[in-house]
Design a protein around this ligand. Structure first.
Ligand code: FES
Ligand code: FES
Length: 149
């Protein structure tokens, strides 16, 4: 076991983790953050998508929590779907999913929301926001229910 220290949804977090523990297992089984889902468990479906950055100033990137070792969190900032909602408001990505009826069974939804969150953050920092960047951002998120519209 090794100690990993990181920022989880804005909160300094410290835990013990085995070398073969994934971020997804750490979140769900150790820390009780069940919003991040396990679909394929092999990096293909995007249900486990979370957002990560190295410093508070850095851009967020998405990663598949099911295939990323938890020790890679050391010193980094992790955001899960639980970290998006404030007391008053949903994140615009969550609100848009509701208003556009973007979810059916909902299993893929947290991962899609996290990809949209990352894109939204980058767009608010001046990155291009086009149908192409949207499609690219969601390219790793599979959905068995909807037509992606
Ligand atoms: S559960 Fe991680 S990519 Fe499918
Ligand atoms: S809403 Fe069911 S898998 Fe996407």
């Amino acid at each position: 076991m090794a100690t990993v220290e990181f920022i989880l949804n804005g909160v300094p977090t410290r835990c013990e983790t085995a070398p073969d523990t994934s971020i997804l297992t750490l979140l769900r089984d150790t820390l009780g953050y069940k919003g991040t889902k396990e679909g394929c468990a092999s990096g293909d479906c995007g249900a486990c998508t979370v957002a990560i950055r190295d410093t508070p100033q850095a851009a967020f990137a998405t990663l598949n929590a099911c295939i990323t070792p938890a020790h890679q969190l050391q010193g980094r900032h992790l955001v899960t779907v639980e970290g998006l909602e404030s007391e008053q408001d949903l994140h615009p990505a969550q609100q848009a999913m509701i208003e556009c009826h973007g979810s059916q069974c909902g299993f893929c939804t947290p991962g899609i929301v996290m990809s949209l969150f990352t894109l939204h953050r980058e767009a608010s920092r001046g990155a291009p926001f086009t149908s192409e960047t949207l499609e690219e951002a969601l390219g790793g998120n599979l959905c068995r229910c909807t037509g992606y519209r």
